[in-house]
Write a protein that binds this ligand. Structure first.
Ligand code: BG6
Length: 464
């Protein structure tokens, strides 16, 4: 089998706070992303009138979306992952009525995609929430936020039910364990018990959104979104292997709840032995039974796990704590490149859940060089994506049900971890630099034509 299935969804993935800009336009409220100028691990910096940050304009997708979508269409996309900024719809999170200007903006965006038969895949919350909900309620630590989120989700399901059939709840929901402000609106020094209570509220909210989607959106499908943090044992020492099982469960726990509808025994044991007494009501347990239709995930790298604490202390990874794999090369940002790991992960997820899978992020962040004639020869990006797509195709041949592939950042955007523009993922170059300089003009990289051909041939042009 050299081609991907006829129904395969091909495209790219973005997030509102990394592309839109227009951070206060048309009634939008401040989000947690707007107060983290240094990125998802950065400190909260309260906004003062007149200040500015790189995300305030980002790549100005808010105004330039018609041009960008026409370029995606030119590449042959039949799918585009975007997120709705919750703060465009409910600027403070607890507002009595939604903001019509915000709702109207996404109507225009989805209509533009429809012109080219591009299926929207929409994330309800991608690394942001209304800042007012953090200040006034304590973020997801407060049970009331479940209700605010459910109202937001119901509002957008009602509004876009005829335009959007594919939905995702929370982006990389397991990241809250590493970036609590970004994930659940809690300060970085929150205790693990507080973080897990907030995560519990978010898991209940995710399940309520699943139910709401099924109630409202005819033929709608809704998935979760995991950071696919696959770990290998550093050695075959039984202690390393068992520690790896536990490390993988730290992210699989989220999938287990969202796909199986209940808390697994291993996490209950962890809570018990850690002395955490979470408030989990009977109504919560009932709500959690609404499970997702499919599983989506991001995949960038793998890492290794060892039971040797001295080695662990030395290796503090970029996003997750992981020990480097001596067999793999790394990107300029230290992310280890492992195409075969994608095939392993797809098989692991399929074996565990038996639900359709969707790769909604994968790609290479790299510095690009613009040549004198304006061309950008990003062969490194082509080779990264080629090798990952080859492994995705192998996984399909293994029997995995894979719905689609949306590469991360099909157009250069602001990176999440450090709010950089120089970390580029796109097929489309955006003339904007880390210091904010640049014209915002778009141009095609070499990978633009490469991806276009991959889509046109349904993968037959990939090099083994
Ligand atoms: C994922 C996020 O973690 O990885 C995206 O869902 C993010 O928002 C992407 O941009 C790549 O990370 P970074 O830090 O290179 O932008």
């Amino acid at each position: 089998m050299k081609t991907f299935p006829q129904t395969f969804l091909w495209g790219g993935a973005t997030a509102a706070n990394q592309i839109e800009g227009a951070y206060l336009e048309d009634g939008k409220g401040l989000s947690t992303s707007d107060v983290q100028p240094q990125g998802v691990f950065g400190d909260v910096v309260e906004r003062v009138p007149g200040d500015s940050g790189i995300k305030d304009i980002a790549i100005d997708f808010y105004h330039r979306y018609p041009e960008d979508i026409s370029l995606f269409a030119e590449m042959g996309f039949n799918c585009l992952r975007v997120s709705i900024a919750w703060t465009r719809i409910f600027p403070n999170g607890d507002d009595a009525t939604p903001n019509e200007a915000g709702l109207a903006y996404y109507d225009k965006l989805f209509d533009e995609m429809a012109k080219y038969n591009i299926t929207p895949l929409v994330t309800l919350s991608h690394y942001e929430m209304p800042w007012a909900l953090v200040k006034n309620y304590g973020g997801w630590g407060n049970r009331k936020v479940i209700g605010f989120f459910e109202r937001y989700a119901r509002t957008v399901f009602e509004r876009y039910q005829s335009k959007v059939k594919l939905w995702l709840t929370f982006n990389e929901i397991n990241m809250s364990l590493h970036a609590p402000m970004t994930g659940v609106g809690l300060p970085v020094d929150s205790s693990k018990a507080q973080v897990y209570q907030a995560i519990h509220h978010q898991l209940v909210a995710s399940a309520l959104a699943v139910k709401a989607c099924h109630d409202i959106v005819a033929e709608g499908k809704i998935g979760n979104m995991l950071l696919g943090g696959l770990m290998y044992p550093l050695s075959c020492k039984p202690e390393d292997v068992f520690k790896t099982l536990q490390e993988n469960r730290s992210w699989q726990f989220f999938g287990d709840v969202q796909c199986r509808g209940a808390y697994p025994g291993y996490i209950l044991r962890y809570f018990r032995e850690s002395g955490f007494t979470l408030e989990i009501t009977d109504a919560d347990r009932e709500a959690l039974k609404s499970t997702v239709d499919f599983i989506s995930f991001s995949y960038y790298m793998t890492g290794c796990v060892t039971a040797d604490e001295a080695l662990n202390q030395k290796a503090r990874g970029n996003i997750l704590n992981m020990v480097p794999n001596p067999h793999l090369a790394s990107s300029e940002w230290g992310w280890q490149i492992d195409p075969l790991g994608l095939r392993t992960l797809l098989n692991v997820l399929w074996d565990r859940y038996q639900k359709p899978l969707f790769i909604v992020e994968n790609g290479l962040g790299a510095k690009d060089k613009v040549e004198a004639d304006g061309s950008i020869n990003d062969d490194y990006r082509i080779s990264y994506l080629n090798d990952h797509l080859v492994q995705a195709r192998e996984a399909i041949a293994d029997g995995v049900e894979l719905m689609g592939f949306t590469s991360w950042g099909p157009i250069d955007l602001v990176s999440a971890s450090k709010a950089e523009l120089s970390k580029r993922y796109g097929f489309i170059y955006v003339d904007r630099n880390d210091d904010g300089s640049g014209t915002l003009a778009r141009s095609k990289k070499k990978s633009f034509g490469w991806y276009k051909e991959v889509i046109a041939t349904r993968g037959a042009s990939l090099k083994e």
